[in-house]
Write a protein that binds this ligand. Structure first.
Ligand SMILES: Nc1ncnc2c1ncn2[C@@H]1O[C@H](COP(=O)(O)OP(=O)(O)OP(=O)(O)O)[C@@H](O)[C@H]1O
Ligand SMILES: Nc1ncnc2c1ncn2[C@@H]1O[C@H](COP(=O)(O)OP(=O)(O)OP(=O)(O)O)[C@@H](O)[C@H]1O
Ligand SMILES: [Mg+2]
Ligand SMILES: [Mg+2]
Lengths: 252, 252
């Protein structure tokens, strides 16, 4: 049965989508069956894998409102072992539309239940907030990966996120645990990056991945071609680091 | 009476807080009376100006719930013409707590009304979402500045944001208009940056600021010392570009 991993951090622009796409792709390249769920209304993971937004097609918004089952919205990608549950801008309205629905925090968990046997890994890309959509992802997940940009503000927000994870664990999802903190956009010429990295390793010792994702312009170019990094430029440091992360997670 | 300007974009990490702090500070250095309102629960604009989070002190959370007037929470900064209305992590709960409150979208607008005569400019730093807190900022504001990182995903989200601005203008705030799109973190060695900048100027011709904010590591160092860029390193390109933006806005 699939291991479900949420990629979450309410701080914006820290590399959640870049991690969700490229880690899911790297694990699929290792011949595991992978599903990437995009629960961010911005739908960056959807378009970053070349899936056009299409008003005619149903997507995760319709699934969370209970109109269609999750497996009816799955889309193929260029990687045979990777499928995507696409998002849509109308998910911006889901927070309000789900307010009066019973067990609104468990909608994603219920929708994923019938699919767990078909995949080895299910990754969930989250929006930059601690609202209902991220809570749905944390309620559905077994593990959380926290991308952390090596910058001052990113460190500030870590405590709020870890508090939220503990709250979800105590109330909605006792299985939930932090898989690890992933240092992203690491630029070794930048003093702040070293300071943040040292502080994180000091406070969170065994919860930080060995793999560090460097700042690499090829990672920001790949989504404009709708490809994960290993299909865009497999020799890049960006591709190598996400393949290393996949190996670290698969061997844990 | 003060001109109220929201700094908004639901895409995360595009430079909203960096723009809010440094533009507000640059306008204050030009001897205008400025208030910076931090309506982001992450409270980055608050800590980026060296204001410690203090559970004993009231903040914007208590103002939006109607417990205290806004002028009772204002804090001084190192710049004599700049004051801050600080935020707090408990604002993460405001979206839910305000759900059943009448006219919940107008709470900030009502709270700012009595202060408009005391300031020349009021800037509002928004969270990376289109939820109730950003809607409060757009309902209170006369103008919106949209920081846009010169990256692929940042361009994707622009349409949703401009749709939301139009919706607020039609329903809650007829005065609201876009002041301009501000290109941020521009790295002239990066091909994507040039592509995004050309595309934005082509589609939004007269709505893009002349001033472009370059990627400058000093901008990401300054908040860890609790200072706006002109007090941290006035000779940096970061400081020069925000001073140029202030001149462009003041002369409009
Ligand atoms: N290691 C990296 N090197 C260079 N650029 C990167 C790297 N990781 C991400 N980026 C770029 O930085 C920007 C922010 O990354 P991304 O969109 O993945 O963050 P996010 O946390 O998903 O943002 P949001 O909070 O809006 O969901 C994107 O333009 C992306 O292409
Ligand atoms: N021009 C710049 N050059 C270099 N670094 C920058 C620049 N502008 C912002 N930064 C850094 O990039 C990161 C993101 O910027 P910032 O936090 O201001 O974005 P934001 O849009 O407010 O994020 P959020 O969506 O989380 O509110 C911060 O670490 C900041 O210090
Ligand atoms: Mg994202
Ligand atoms: Mg911010």
């Amino acid at each position: 049965s699939a291991k479900i991993v949420a990629i979450a951090n309410q701080k914006g622009g820290v590399g959640k989508t870049t991690t969700a796409i490229n880690l899911a792709a790297a694990v699929a390249v290792a011949e595991k069956d992978v599903l990437l769920v995009d629960i961010d209304p911005q739908a960056n993971a959807t378009t970053g894998l070349g899936i056009e937004k299409d008003a005619e097609q149903k997507n995760l918004y319709h699934v969370l409102l209970g109109e269609v089952p999750l497996d009816s919205v799955l889309r193929k990608t260029e990687l045979s072992h990777l499928m995507v549950a696409p998002s849509d801008n109308n998910l911006f309205g889901a927070e309000v539309e789900l307010v009066s629905v019973p067990e609104r925090e468990r909608r994603l968990r219920e929708a994923l239940q019938p699919l767990r046997a078909r995949f080895d890994y299910i990754f969930i890309d989250c929006p930059p907030s601690l609202g209902l959509l991220t809570i749905n992802a944390l309620t559905a997940a077994d593990r959380v990966i926290v991308p952390l940009q090596c910058e001052y503000y990113a460190l500030e927000g870590l405590t709020s996120l870890l508090n939220t994870v503990r709250m979800i664990k105590d109330s909605l999802n006792p299985e939930l645990a932090v898989d690890g903190i992933l240092l992203t956009m690491f630029d070794r010429r930048n003093a702040i990056a070293h300071r943040v990295s040292e502080e994180v390793r000091q406070y969170f010792t065994d919860q930080v991945f060995e793999t560090v994702i460097p700042r690499n312009v090829r990672l920001s170019e790949a989504p404009s071609f709708g490809k994960p990094i290993m299909l865009y430029d497999i020799k890049s440091t960006g591709s190598e680091s996400y393949m290393a992360l996949a190996r670290e997670i698969l061997s844990a």
